[in-house]
Design a protein around this ligand. Structure first.
Ligand code: 5GP
Length: 191
């Protein structure tokens, strides 16, 4: 298998990691986003094969049984998300480096699997209260789903120290600039 670098962004939902990852994709043409497979329903303006590969639970579990995932998690009760080995290979074969938007457990699992080839970054929100506000402002989830995301966030925050780097996101433009520097250093580093 061709091998390259992996840049993993993890954070509780609403911490801003998706925005930071999009910013980095616009800045670094050599980065390519790892499109995950998920069993959750398609949302708003999302496009199948662009935001996610939206598949049924049966298909997902079939792929688990065939060891097609580099990592996967039941991120929310009954809802699975996973990184396909083929997706990483596809990106490396294009001579690009892979950037991921993963939940905290998935991020740590991938880091463990790829060691020094991977950089795992935890995006730290200012507080649980701000996170809750951001999730309700986003208005993409029901109040029950938001509650579920907040409960999960409280647990996820306790894993921040297990990451290579913690990136505070109190101010999005500062966080994006800091992320650029971190990623640039890692891409230029010999491993
Ligand atoms: P959302 O439903 O908001 O798109 O994503 C929910 C959570 O699942 C986010 O924290 C996102 O980072 C995470 N996630 C997305 N893809 C994957 C994946 O392939 N593996 C894991 N472990 N988490 C993922």
């Amino acid at each position: 298998m061709d091998s390259g670098k992996l840049i993993i962004f993890s954070a509780p939902s609403g911490a801003g990691k998706t925005t930071i990852v999009r910013h980095l994709l616009a800045k670094f043409p050599n980065l390519s986003f790892s499109i995950s497979a998920t069993t959750r329903p398609i949302r708003g303006t999302e496009v199948n094969g662009h935001d996610y590969y939206f598949i049924s639970k049966e298909e997902f579990l079939h792929k688990v049984a065939k060891h097609e995932f580099a990592e996967f998690e039941e991120v929310y009760a009954g809802t699975y998300y996973g990184t396909l080995v083929k997706e990483i290979q596809r990106i490396w074969s294009e001579d690009k480096q892979v950037i991921f938007d993963l939940d905290v457990q998935g991020g740590l699992r991938l880091k463990k699997k790829f060691g020094a080839n991977a950089l795992a970054i935890f995006v730290m929100p200012p507080s649980v209260e701000v996170l809750a506000e951001r999730l309700s402002d986003r208005a993409t989830d029901s109040p029950a789903k938001i509650e579920e995301r907040i409960a999960k966030a409280k647990i996820e925050l306790t894993f921040a120290n297990d990451f290579d780097i913690t990136l505070p996101n109190n101010d999005l433009s500062v966080a994006c600039a800091e992320a650029e520097k971190i990623v640039s250093d890692f891409l230029n580093k010999k491993i």
